[in-house]
Design a binder for this molecule. Structure first.
Ligand code: GLU
Length: 352
């Protein structure tokens, strides 16, 4: 009796690993890095909580229906709030994504991540993951112990997107709150709301309803397998700092950053990447000393083009185009692994 019951449960388990047409379900690896999705609070209705408390196996167990969309297995790379995301974790994550993506029996990769720096990690992977297979980041705004926790459905949808042949070749994606964003475009827009992620300048890649997705477009700039960047033999990334420009800002802030050893500076400028004269003069000195200066904007939306109010040609500056300051920093760091020439780095900003 016991043996036959065991046999039936094995059969049920076996059937659940197959899709409706009898084909094995896609295999999706979940890489957990931490974040609120793995966060815990003392009660289900309080604002205070700690990120990165729950392990990947608990995250998977919280969504039993995952076994209907994919054969999932998990691994833990780190367990940090994404305010503590680091170069060390980035390089480990990117190398592991490339290893897994090269495996025949992995069809897609879902990565759980804190939302604070998700746009930076996603864009970093968009430039260095060498695969057409779906690589999909997700997270949550509410900890796993909260009322109406958003993590379980976000994981379900992210795994469904990672398992979806229609997501192949669309670069690194962020699947969250029923929407699919390109890593290139997505930004966090609200400190606490569950609909914080938006791609307001370029629009969504697609949308998902309980694991069923519609796709509207692909990324419009180069990424992943077309990208010239690789972290294969890279163990550290060059220092690049971001300066936030404000009324009557002094130039000595820039001089201090240069003294501290920055190889690049991203300017979160006012408006179309502008800055007071004192800052412009200090950045000019920095550029002359070989520090690459990229002009982005502190404004949420828009494009920073060359030579509008600032003479980029004369100053040897680079214009960030549609990248916001943290994403411009990601591209500049990868660019500096190859060259210090602002003209070549400008070409990278036009391309990625
Ligand atoms: N600080 C947390 C993090 O980025 C909050 C954001 C989240 O995961 O929602 O890990």
């Amino acid at each position: 009796m016991l043996r036959s019951l065991f046999g039936i449960s094995l059969l049920i388990y076996g059937l659940s690993a197959y899709g409706q047409a009898g084909k094995p379900l896609p295999a999706v690896k979940i890489i957990a890095t931490g974040g609120t999705i793995a966060g815990e609070a003392a009660t289900s209705a309080q604002a205070g909580y700690t990120s990165g408390q729950v392990g990947v196996e608990t995250l998977i167990k919280a969504v039993p229906t995952l076994s209907k969309v994919a054969r999932v297995s998990g691994e833990q790379i780190s367990n940090v709030g994404s305010q503590d995301m680091s170069d060390e974790i980035w390089l480990k994550l990117a190398k592991r994504v490339n290893q897994l993506a090269a495996m025949r029996d992995v069809d897609g990769i879902a990565i759980t991540h804190g939302t604070d720096t998700m746009e930076e990690t996603a864009y970093f992977l968009h430039l260095v993951a060498k695969t057409r297979k779906p690589v999909v980041l997700t997270g949550s705004m509410r900890p796993s112990t909260a009322l109406s926790a958003d993590g379980p459905l976000n994981i379900y949808n992210a795994v469904a997107v990672a398992a979806d042949p229609q997501a192949v070749g669309r670069g690194v994606l962020v699947s969250i709150n029923d929407q699919i964003h390109s890593a290139h475009d997505v930004i966090k827009t609200d400190t606490t709301a569950t609909d914080t992620f938006m791609s307001p300048y370029h629009g969504l890649i697609g949308a998902t309803a309980y694991g069923v997705s519609q796709y509207y477009r692909g990324p419009f700039k180069k990424h992943t397998v077309q990208s010239e960047f690789s972290v294969d033999n890279v163990n550290s990334l060059p220092r690049v700092d971001i300066i936030y420009v404000y009324e009557d800002m002094p130039g000595d802030v820039v001089d201090a950053i240069v003294k501290l050893g920055a190889k690049g500076i991203v300017v979160a400028g006012v408006g179309n990447g502008n800055m007071p004269k004192a800052v412009m003069d200090a950045l000019g000195r920095a550029a002359k000393a070989g520090v690459v200066v990229v002009r982005a904007s502190r404004v949420a939306l828009g494009f920073v083009g060359r030579n509008v109010e600032v003479d980029d040609n004369k100053m040897s500056f680079v214009a960030a185009e549609e990248l916001n300051p943290p994403k411009a920093r990601v591209l500049l760091r990868l660019g500096l692994l190859k060259t210090k020439d602002p003209k070549q780095i400008q070409t990278m900003f036009n391309t990625y």
